[in-house]
Design a protein around this ligand. Sequence first.
Ligand code: ADP
Length: 249
Amino acid sequence: MALLEAKDIYRSFQGFLALAGVSLSVAEGSFHALVGPNGAGKTTLFNVITGRLRPDRGRITYEGREITGWPTFRIARMGLAISFQRAQPFLSMTVLEAVAVACLGYQGRTFALLKPLRDFKEGLAQAEEALQKVGLEKQSSRRVSELPLGDLKRLDVAIALAGRPKLLLLDEPLAGLSRAERREMVAFIRELLRKEGVTLLFTEHDTEAVLHLADRITVLHQGRVLAEGSPEEIRQNAEVRAAFLGGGA
Ligand code: ADP
């Protein structure tokens, strides 16, 4: 069953057609990659899916409900999370505090004076559990601003998972990492999300990593779907090779 469906999405910017009739179907439990050269429309599609941008035409359905044009917070409440730079607002906090705030926030609670201590303790316990899941328990008392990039990306994922999402969107999760760190991150994402039963939609430039992580790939090119299929089908697709070689991705 499709957890997320985008149907015939159009979006233009000052007359420039960034998305020209894109359809995408993400099956429940799958790891679905969205790839394509720079400017293909990947970020625009992510923004349309998460409600940051309105499509000019087309429909987005999630769990069978139409969510087109819904505000981002309402979409997030339905279990669709985007992990991109989640830790950013928490830079001055410790790792544990950042995840605890996220846990409480997802439950509709916020830190405030006179908040019951029970809520706070619950948040901390959940945060400790989340940090163990992503292997950051030893970093829990470090400041977020002091974390190396690889750990910061793990923290982003921990914060996104605090809301217990069904679908996680990752925008270039490997960007900026060394080759060894990329390999580690791929294993981390795969193991963690399988265990948690989370469906993944991600963009990524590292072709090798995409072929390792994804079980379904959609290739965008100039705002259109150029190809869709299994990693093996995409690897053998001549049109895809031509577009990638020509697009520099
Ligand atoms: P990708 O993520 O695949 O690199 P984007 O979705 O960022 O592609 O961009 C697709 C096209 O739309 C690009 O040509 C980009 O310049 C254009 N675009 C994206 N966002 C805007 C915007 N806010 N204003 C004007 N043009 C934009």
